[in-house]
Unconditional design. Structure first.
Length: 249
């Protein structure tokens, strides 16, 4: 029995090292005596032991968190910013030959680019123009990783942590802005009301009968409220006639 064990183990070892199965999202970079040969996969491939070596490369999209970075904005505000980056390998050959570890290298490029780009932006731009900053980060990082066969598809700034004193200042600024808008809306309402009253006075001035109709409508409205006291407005010209009669000797 023992004489058969060694050959079985040897055959199993050779089969394990010769036959490789690559998933649909994997590729194998093959080297012949250390020199690049070709990219194979997916499916079943054969690798010659001691002659060829295969390096697996995953083509799936990688989601990588960029650690929080201390950034000083262009207006000298210290913030802590983190982000997330989505990328994938589009050229397995370059991902293996052009860079030692494309995952680590992409992470480092993302961190340095995050500090550089955000350091050129003001705090207001960082808070209000997030889409533009994300697009700029994606463009720069993708440009840096393109020689490695890595395609950066999305970069998103996740959190911007502000100092406590800056948070209070922004809250006061927002409150002042809300009060300003409320006052502007109130002033616009007063202006529109005054404009309508002026238009109504002009119309009544051109049509005196409209004033009488409005007077009668006011009496009807007052009477419908079942008040115990009713006030009848008297035209000024009638009062002035009585006043002149009283003044005569």
């Amino acid at each position: 029995m023992l004489p058969y064990v060694v050959p079985i183990i040897l055959v199993a070892f050779l089969v394990y090292n010769i036959i490789k199965i690559l998933m649909e999202y994997e590729r194998g970079v093959i080297f012949n005596f250390g020199r690049f040969y070709r990219v194979k996969g997916p499916g079943l491939i054969l690798v010659v032991p001691l002659v060829q070596k295969m390096v697996r490369v995953n083509l799936q999209t990688v989601t990588m968190d960029v650690p929080a970075q201390d950034v000083i904005t262009r207006d000298n505000v210290s913030v802590k910013v983190n982000a997330v980056i989505f990328f994938r390998v589009v050229d397995p050959q370059r991902a293996v030959l052009a860079v030692q570890d494309y995952l680590y290298s992409t992470s480092q490029i993302a961190q340095t680019t995050l500090r550089s780009v955000l350091g050129q932006s003001q705090l207001d731009e960082l808070l209000s123009k997030r889409d533009e900053i994300n697009a700029e980060l994606q463009r720069i990082i993708d440009q840096q990783t393109e020689p490695w066969g890595v395609k950066v598809t999305v970069v998103e700034v996740k959190n911007v942590d502000l100092p406590q004193e800056m948070q209070r200042a922004i809250a006061k600024q927002a409150e002042a802005e809300r009060e300003r808008r409320a006052k502007v809306i109130h002033a616009e309402g007063e202006f529109q009301a005054a404009q309508k009253l002026s238009d109504a006075a002009e119309i009544i001035g051109r049509n005196p009968i409209a004033l009488q109709l409005r007077y009668l409508q006011s009496l009807v409205e007052v009477a419908s409220e079942k008040n115990s006291t009713m006030i009848f407005p008297i035209p000024i010209d009638i009062i002035s006639t009585f006043m002149q009669a009283v003044k005569k000797p």
